[in-house]
Design a binder for this molecule. Structure first.
Ligand code: PEP
Ligand code: MN
Length: 376
């Protein structure tokens, strides 16, 4: 399905004082003192453009701190008045939207646990109708680009044109160094589908710890993301939520000072010429790779026909094992990444099996369609 959003340029609604655009503040508003003290220190860095704070917290288990609730909106109002920083909160239902707007919150965001549910997103969208508050949509908990897109579309259809996405990583079954797998390719795919949509990276919820934060934030900047949302707390280890991943305003300041900012495109002529030459070389090689892949698949078809004539199964595990071992060793010797090589070979092998399945079932029209579904 085609994706078309009606968007206003982020410069019109979220002007950044600095590069990168930085949204920061505590995971949760806990007390008036904690919120105000954090806000003042963040404002003092001069690097923060928006103050964030969770007022209603979606928690995995009941009984955990579920957010301070509406009273926190008054603290945020005070923080905004005293620091001049615009504010952002998470909304998860129509009542949150109504209260946040009444309290003069400047930007709303939809959390990962809400984006997964179209009913919730639609309820929020309906409650936004007739307003023009900026909204940021976090990616859903699960790696589903369509769900993320769908949420953005629902909010946009409600007339919200000041719209952005937040990349906060995805829940994964496999253990990893991250709290939520970044799966950068999903954010890149979103950017490719809607180039004018600003994407803000949330390294705090990707990392789940302080140590990895600078690396993930830097990678997001290198991928030309529009900004960062980083949780900051006056006393992180005592935070009521997400204590392991929050940083003090002063640590945040240091981290930002150490970022390397690169430009998406250089105007230097020597650079432009050299890049164009290198890209020409890449284009040639890509054409060759595609040609060779086509040659390979033509032979695969022949093999399929040969197996069909001789009534032999498509898959011979030993042969596949041998291919994987030999090619991986060769690729390794050429300094190609092992995971990349394995993924590539698996894709090629998958396509070979699909082609051979088609050949084996040629003539049986129904089966052919079914077979191609099975192997996809
Ligand atoms: C948050 O920003 O504090 C939060 C709850 O994030 P997420 O929806 O990404 O889990
Ligand atoms: Mn948090």
């Amino acid at each position: 399905m085609k994706t078309q959003l009606n968007l206003e340029s982020i410069q019109n609604w979220l002007p950044s004082k600095n590069s990168p655009l930085l949204i920061s503040g505590p995971c949760s508003a806990e007390t008036e003192e904690q919120l105000l003290a954090t806000a003042h220190l963040l404002a003092k860095t001069g690097k923060v453009s928006v103050l964030r704070a969770g007022i209603w917290k979606p928690r995995t288990r009941p009984g955990e701190f579920e957010g301070i609730g509406s009273i926190g909106l008054q603290w945020l109002q005070r923080a905004k008045l005293e620091t001049g920083l615009p504010t952002a909160v998470e909304v998860a239902n129509a009542k949150h939207v109504e209260e946040a707007l009444k309290a003069g919150v400047d930007i709303l965001w939809i959390g990962a646990r809400s984006t997964v549910n179209p009913f919730t997103v639609q309820e929020i969208a309906d409650s936004l109708n007739g307003t023009d508050v900026p909204v940021l949509v976090k990616n859903p908990v699960n790696p589903d680009l369509q769900l993320w897109l769908g949420a953005l579309e629902r909010i946009n259809k409600a007339g919200i044109t000041k719209l952005g996405a937040i990349h906060r990583g995805f829940s994964s079954f496999e253990k990893s160094a991250f709290r939520n797998e970044p799966m950068w390719e999903l954010a890149i795919q979103l950017k490719t589908l809607i180039p004018e949509l600003p994407i803000i990276n949330d390294p705090s919820h990707i990392c789940g710890n302080r140590e990895l934060l600078p690396y993930v934030a830097q990678k997001a900047l290198d991928l030309d993301m529009q900004g960062l949302m980083i949780e900051s707390h006056i006393d992180p280890s005592q935070a009521w939520t997400d204590a392991k991943q929050q940083v003090t305003p002063s640590a945040l300041n240091d981290m930002v000072n150490n970022f390397t900012l690169r430009v998406p495109e250089s105007r230097n002529e020597e650079f432009i010429d050299k890049l164009a030459d290198l890209r020409k070389e890449i284009d040639k090689i890509d054409d060759l790779v595609i040609q060779k892949l086509a040659d390979r698949m033509a032979i695969t078809r022949k093999i399929g026909e040969f197996k069909l004539e001789n009534n032999v199964t498509i898959l011979q595990v030993n042969r596949w094992d041998e291919i994987m071992k030999r090619r991986s060793a060769f690729a390794n010797a050429l300094k190609l990444d092992i995971h990349f090589t394995e993924k590539f070979l698996e894709l090629v092998h998958g396509e070979s099996i699909r082609l051979q399945t088609e050949i084996m079932n040629a003539g049986k029209t129904e089966n052919k369609q079914l077979a191609s579904k099975v192997v996809h």
